[in-house]
Design a protein around this ligand. Structure first.
Ligand SMILES: Cc1cc2nc3c(=O)[nH]c(=O)nc-3n(C[C@H](O)[C@H](O)[C@H](O)COP(=O)(O)O)c2cc1C
Length: 340
């Protein structure tokens, strides 16, 4: 990973400084870029809220060979990790590799390691083009995320996603706040429950599951259940859409308490290693998404970089499960956390 990170630093030309700790401080305000919006407090809160969670170390048990596998939305995963949708390699990462190379690295590296990658959407259209071509290249083993477009564009893009062999389709509803789209004059907006239900029905009619990304409150999580979504991603979009939100790890327990069992709960924001993964699971997530570390791995080492990052993550997760006494991912409950 050292070589991969050095190569990424060179290719990302200051767009990402590949800091020893990816916490949003050096890149504050850099959107476009890899940073968080304005003061980047939302990005920092993701990292800091996870860092504040402590693990109870337990050694008197028989969890010596933990099973990291899970099935999420009917998709078998070798561990509860997915690559988050990230688009715009040219204007966010300096264009050291192409959008196509990036998507192929993410999806290919994830498939190699028995997990799944997601693809992004945006302007220009090469973002979704690369995503859809990349998903076709891995026989549908990827999840496309569509932005909350207004009018016909939403239907057209959903049709495109559903024409692929993907198992699930997502919408990053929080992209309604994305400055990059506003700057380009492209209409995106929040959706009413009725509008969302129409999207869910369309996705279900095509035999796929629907993931709603960008849920940060209990009320939105409950509405996601009511409109029939199959999963939510507790996420503030890596701190890129609204400054001054709490970290995802801060709101995850109350959201999980309200809806878990009725909808699959995914979460992202600030997850960097396998220890962060187990913290998110214990706070209530069924699986996690990871963003920026995958970007560094993909730009610096393509599919092999992504696979190497996942391999390291798997080692850390196994170590965390052994040292907290979890034989399976399902056993990673709140009891492994100090004081929660
Ligand atoms: C450069 C960049 C581009 C992104 N593009 C998308 C996108 O197209 N769709 C989406 O749902 N989320 C997008 N995100 C948000 C990520 O999916 C994810 O929520 C976030 O990066 C998680 O935080 P982390 O990077 O701290 O892991 C983007 C994030 C970054 C940094």
């Amino acid at each position: 990973m050292k070589e991969v990170r050095e190569k990424a630093k060179e290719l990302m030309k200051g767009y990402c400084r590949v800091c020893p700790v990816c916490n949003g401080k050096a890149c504050a305000g850099e959107v476009p870029g890899m940073g968080g919006l304005n003061t980047a407090s939302s990005f920092r809160n993701n990292v800091e809220s996870l860092a504040a969670v402590q693990l109870n170390m337990r050694l008197i048990h028989d969890a010596v060979q933990p099973d990291t596998s899970v099935t999420v939305l009917g998709i078998p995963l070798s561990m509860p990790v997915m690559a988050a949708p990230i688009g715009g390699v040219s204007f966010n990462m300096g264009g050291g590799i192409t959008e196509e190379e990036y998507v192929n690295a993410i999806l290919g590296g994830c498939r190699q390691q028995g997990v799944i990658g997601c693809t992004g959407d945006g302007v220009p259209p090469f973002i979704i083009d690369a995503g859809m071509d990349g998903i076709a290249a891995v026989e549908g083993h990827g999840i496309p995320f569509i932005k909350p477009w207004d009018g016909e564009e939403l239907d057209q893009k959903l049709d495109r996603a559903l024409a692929s062999a993907c198992p699930a389709v997502g919408m990053d509803i929080d992209a309604a706040g994305l400055v990059t789209l506003r700057k380009m004059g492209r209409p995106v907006s929040p959706k009413t429950p009725a509008q969302l239900k129409a999207v869910v029905d369309k996705v279900h009619a095509a035999g796929r599951t629907f993931i709603l990304k960008g849920i940060m409150t209990v009320v939105d999580a409950q509405l996601a259940v009511e409109v029939g979504a199959d999963a939510i991603v507790v996420s503030n979009h890596g701190g890129r859409v609204l400054d001054h939100t709490p970290g995802a790890a801060e709101v995850l327990p109350e959201i999980a308490d309200a809806v878990k069992g009725r909808i699959t709960v995914l979460a992202d924001g600030g997850v960097r290693d396998g220890f962060d993964v187990i913290k998110m699971l214990a706070l209530g997530a069924d699986a996690v998404l990871i963003g920026r570390p995958f970007s560094i791995a993909a730009v610096g080492g393509q599919a092999e970089g992504v696979a190497a990052y996942l391999e390291a993550l798997r080692g850390q997760l196994v170590q965390a499960m052994v040292l907290t006494g979890c034989r399976s991912v399902q056993e990673a409950g709140r009891h492994i956390l100090r004081g929660i």
